[in-house]
Design a protein around this ligand. Structure first.
Ligand code: OGA
Ligand code: MN
Length: 292
């Protein structure tokens, strides 16, 4: 696919424009609140292979409409735990710093999102795509960053690539809370989320391209001394976070961003006054496949 493209889907053409060489494109010509055709779904899927971050501006969506749009790409993940806004739509989860009364609250769990991660990597079958829809955004900041771990893998020195062959990382909800300084996991959460092991370099099931697969949910590299494991994780994380691999999304209200968790890490930036401005996004997660 070229970097600027019109896809002649019915009833309207879709236009796609690259916004960052780190694999980010903007798609225009679609109203995501309405049903989209199989050809349009196909065009989005195809675009995602080249641009693992896709941005759609000016979308006004109910939770139900977001769920319908998301279901075009696979089965939606239920959300464990209580929804902070008291909502009963378990597949559309609201990321918010407001409580049910609409007052600003200090979100402990949200801190975890300030660290590079890939969604649900503590599951044996982690996320494929995550879709966020911005309902309320601070006047400035509250950005989300995406690091392209396929480009980061490609750029590694050959000796380091060789060293990574066959390595597996242990992803663990308990470790993730410790790594991020979030309140410790509850017994129920520990039961529901035992540690899982994934290849440190995963092969994308659709493109066949290799990408680094780690993040804040990783406790250690399997079968490696803990100091060596910690230093390898730190080295790779620092490498991935270089500007040349990173896109920063500055949200506008009514943005929809969808991303492929299989070849990206992402994090929220705490670059706004969290106790002063609401930041509210609706989120759907599509279940992927076991990393290989
Ligand atoms: C997420 C996430 C980051 C943000 O929804 O999975 O990490 O900026 N969000 O809110
Ligand atoms: Mn996330």
């Amino acid at each position: 696919m070229q970097n600027n493209l019109t896809v002649h889907t019915m009833p309207h053409p879709i236009s796609l424009e690259e916004v960052s060489p780190t694999g980010v494109a903007k798609i225009e010509g679609l109203d995501l609140s309405q049903p989209i055709s199989a050809k349009q779904v196909g065009a989005i899927r195809q675009a995602l292979l080249q641009f693992p971050v896709l941005v759609f501006r000016g979308q006004s969506l109910s939770k139900e409409q977001q769920a319908k749009f998301s279901e075009n790409f696979g089965e939606l993940e239920g959300h464990i735990g209580k929804l902070s806004d008291g909502s009963t739509f378990p597949t559309v989860h609201t990321l918010t710093n407001l409580n049910a009364e609409g007052n600003l609250i200090n979100m402990d769990v949200a801190k975890l999102n300030y660290f590079w991660h890939t969604d649900k990597s503590y599951h044996a079958v982690p996320a494929f795509v995550t879709i966020l829809h911005a309902l309320e955004i601070p006047p400035s900041g509250g950005d989300t960053q995406f690091a392209n771990t396929r480009l980061a893998y490609d750029a590694l020195p050959t000796a380091l690539k060789t060293r990574l062959v066959g390595l597996k990382a242990v992803h663990d909800w308990v470790a993730s809370r410790l790594n991020s300084g979030t309140s410790p996991a509850t017994e129920d959460q520990k039961q529901a989320r035992p540690p899982v092991t994934h290849p440190l370099v995963r092969t994308h099931p659709d493109t066949g391209k290799k990408a680094l697969y780690l993040g804040v949910h990783v406790s250690h590299i399997d079968n490696m001394a803990s100091a060596e494991s910690a230093s390898l994780i730190a080295e790779l994380t620092e490498h991935i976070g270089q500007e040349r691999f990173v896109y920063t999304h500055c949200w506008r209200k009514d943005d929809v961003v969808m991303w492929d968790n299989r070849c990206l890490l992402h994090r929220a930036l705490p670059n706004y006054e969290i106790a002063r401005y609401p930041r509210v996004l609706n989120r759907t997660v599509i279940i992927g496949s076991a990393p290989a």
